[in-house]
Design a protein around this ligand. Structure first.
Ligand SMILES: [Zn+2]
Length: 486
């Protein structure tokens, strides 16, 4: 059994064609050529925009000219990951596929079903002679995986439909109807480095081996945040003893939960016992608080040599206070989708930059724009009250507010129910998707996202569930027909 034997034959044969074309993120020239050639071959009007996205249009079948236009959308890039020992060259080699029971996988590389399966479904709809439908657009973005730059820069004349089917989800039977937008809030606290007092004892404190995770999808998992914990420890210490701070280095990526944080402090010899009590009490409390999930958490304190410089004490205390009171975690839950985190903020990192300033990085998400800014403004105000020299926000990106009343969603739910006798699951995610960005150019477009079941995407174990592809295709056809007849 090979990919050539799988059904529906049209979808699988197009997927097989796509997999002959190298297409790692930011290197989409070849797959773009393929798409343009596809449109030319099948006599479809098409367009390439400045960033490199491709759109093509199929006219309505006779009698369906007045139907709403459906956009079938997928991203044309793929994550290029290979197993240790694979000599695959993602710039030149085709992806080799292997059928294994009910699954299709690649030979030591990512499969590119994310989002080649979406592309194949969209292209099949453009040429299937059996499909009698209203006007259709297929829209393919570049660089979804490493920056969403295609979706962020949709050219004029693309995305011309009323309804959009984003074919980039990974669970059969699930329809996604929303995603969060995001913005980062940063604060800089400037200081003049001071010569480190030689008469103090210096200690290096380290909190490590936390679970970490994604700042969106894991924000409600009640995991410990190393950046928050180091701020809490230093705040607790500051209530009882006087100390100098030589360094703070907490967290790493803005979109990750901090799993490691370190600080170096200097104390008077007379406070050595006090610090030991503060540290041991803190470590015992925190380990007990997180005994159910953070089982590997390590909290260490060791004596170190006198450093060269310390941070101005006033500034160090301002940063400790700011990070201690800055909100972290879930800020509101959605009333539109049960169990969905609506708004959150991640206290991501504290680092010394250029030897003369401390920067705190935080990241806010919400599927409701006004809530996203509400949280960002509160974080901004905390930093300003704490005496930050500069506070600023990144441009950020828009979210996609779930609309359970959407006409397109009603059609989709109905069709799934008719085909499979069950209601699909309706979800929204607390992370970014291309759909949110499309709203910038097409604010009134109704959208849903779905796709066949994929597992271990972005890894050499990526695979697609073969029976789910037939369901994915039948569902897509059913939606298109129902929209035409509505
Ligand atoms: Zn994808």
């Amino acid at each position: 059994m090979t990919i050539k034997d799988l059904k529906p034959a049209l979808v699988w044969s197009i997927f097989d064609e796509i997999n002959q074309v190298p297409r790692p993120s930011k290197k989409e020239a070849k797959i773009r050529e393929y798409l343009v050639a596809f449109a030319v071959k099948h006599n479809l009007e098409h367009k390439v925009d400045a960033i490199g996205n491709v759109a093509m249009w199929r006219p309505a079948a006779p009698g369906f000219e007045k139907a709403k236009r459906v956009v079938l959308q997928a991203h044309m890039d793929m994550v290029a990951e290979k197993a240790a020992g694979s000599n695959h060259n993602f710039d030149t080699d085709p992806i080799k596929t292997i059928v294994e029971g009910e699954w299709l996988r690649a030979d030591g590389t990512t499969l590119g079903a994310d989002d080649g399966m979406g592309m194949a479904g969209a292209l099949a709809a453009m040429i299937d002679p059996e499909l009698k439908a209203g006007p259709l657009e297929a829209f393919f973005t570049v660089d979804e995986e490493t920056g969403l730059t295609g979706a962020s820069n949709v050219g004029e004349g693309m995305l011309t439909g009323d309804y959009l089917l984003n074919l980039d989800s990974e669970d059969d039977g699930v329809i996604t109807i929303g995603c969060s937008g995001g913005v980062d809030t940063l604060a800089s606290f400037d200081f003049k480095p001071q010569p480190a007092p030689k008469n103090l004892l210096y200690f290096h404190i380290k909190i490590s081996k936390l679970l970490g995770g994604h700042s969106g999808t894991d924000i409600n998992a009640e995991r410990a945040n190393a950046t928050r914990l180091i701020a809490r420890l230093l705040w607790e210490a500051a209530q009882q003893i006087d100390f100098e701070v030589a360094d703070i280095n907490a967290g790493n990526l803005r979109n990750a939960l901090a799993h490691t944080a370190e600080a170096t402090i200097g104390i008077a010899e007379a406070d050595k016992e006090k610090l030991a009590v503060i540290f041991n009490t803190f470590a015992a409390n925190v380990k007990d608080e997180y005994k159910h999930n953070e089982k590997d958490m390590l909290i260490e304190c060791e004596s170190v040599d006198v450093p060269e410089c310390v941070i101005e004490k006033r500034v160090a205390l301002n940063v400790i206070n700011a990070a201690f009171v800055a909100p972290h975690g879930v800020q509101s839950m959605s009333l539109a989708v049960e169990g969905l985190v609506e708004s959150s903020t991640n206290l991501a990192s504290i680092k010394v930059h250029d030897g003369n300033r401390l920067e705190i990085v935080t990241s806010q998400r919400s599927d409701v724009e006004s809530r996203k800014f509400d949280v960002a403004h509160r974080v901004e105000t905390v930093f300003k009250i704490a005496g930050a020299d500069r506070v600023w926000h990144t441009d950020g990106y828009q979210g996609w507010t779930p609309n359970p009343e959407s006409a397109l969603l009603k059609i989709a739910v109905d069709q799934w129910d008719k085909l499979y006798g069950v209601k699909p699951k309706i979800e929204a995610i607390h992370a970014g998707l291309e759909c949110g960005l499309f709203l910038k150019v097409a604010p009134h477009m109704e959208m849903i996202s779905y796709g066949p079941t994929l597992r271990d995407v972005h890894s050499p174990k990526e695979r697609v569930h073969i029976p789910a592809v037939q369901k994915f295709w039948d569902f897509t056809v059913a939606i298109i027909k129902a929209v035409a007849q509505a």
